[in-house]
Write a protein that binds this ligand. Structure first.
Ligand SMILES: [Zn+2]
Length: 239
């Protein structure tokens, strides 16, 4: 085993971790779930608004029915007084008759108002029923997608979980100076501190390395960096 072998394994672990995290972030199903959640929230809001309006309408119907009851009671009382013969004053009688006309007009308006509210109630209830069905469908779809996500993400997370332990095991086998350089390069080269070399090609920047450098790195015993990209070179073979 060359001196750089552990470092190369470390690079592979770190790259794998980065890839796994990226994959987790970009799982297509995640975006679908977010979209579904947004639609669900919107439908919930619609339902809430609808329920509020429905309550208002129902309150309106009750109030209307109460007022109609009151109106009926007043009409009956007035009728009793009109036909009981207790009043013979023509002026009073005509006053009562005018009052009766007003009460009947009011009753007609109340009835119309109640009817309109009853119709609105019916249509709101239908709308509410439809919304509830949509919500149920969306919730089922969401649960399904969440299950798929859990499965897909679970596999990635499972692999991610054991990587830190693998990494820890490697560290004692790497010289401190080498590790420091690795960390430095990792930070400046987007996580890719070690570049594999195949034949004479640096896979970090795709340039051909001078023959003398290739001959120096073949054993992976000595630290050499790519003259072009500056990464630590690790020789993988001719092909
Ligand atoms: Zn290079």
């Amino acid at each position: 085993m060359g001196k750089l072998d552990h470092l190369w394994t470390l690079q592979c672990i770190d790259s794998r971790e980065r890839d796994l995290r990226r994959e987790l972030e970009t799982l297509g199903i995640k975006r679908e779930i977010e979209e579904l959640e947004a639609r669900l929230a919107e439908k919930h809001r619609e339902l809430l608004e609808l329920s509020r309006r429905l309550q208002e309408v129902q309150r309106g119907i009750k109030e209307g029915e109460f007022a109609a009851g009151e109106n009926e009671r007043k009409q009956r009382e007035l009728e009793k007084r009109l036909y009981s013969g207790s009043t013979s004053s023509a002026r009073e009688l005509s006053q009562m008759e005018r009052k009766m006309v007003t009460l009947k007009e009011e009753a007609g308006d109340l009835e119309e108002g109640i009817l309109a509210l009853l119709l609105e109630q019916e249509s709101l209830e239908k709308e509410e029923e439809g919304l509830r069905a949509i919500l149920q469908e969306l919730a089922a779809e969401l649960a399904e997608k969440q299950a798929v996500y859990a499965r897909e993400a679970g596999e990635l997370e499972e692999e991610l979980e054991f990587l830190p332990a693998e990494r820890e095991k490697l560290l004692p086998g790497i010289e401190e100076e080498l590790l420091l350089l690795y960390q430095e390069l990792s930070a400046s080269k987007r996580g890719q501190a070690v570049a594999a070399v195949r034949g004479d090609l640096c896979l970090g920047c795709r340039i051909s390395l001078p023959t003398n450098i290739v001959s120096l790195i073949i054993t992976n015993e000595h630290l050499h960096t790519c003259p072009n990209c500056g990464r630590i070179l690790y020789y993988l073979g001719t092909k």
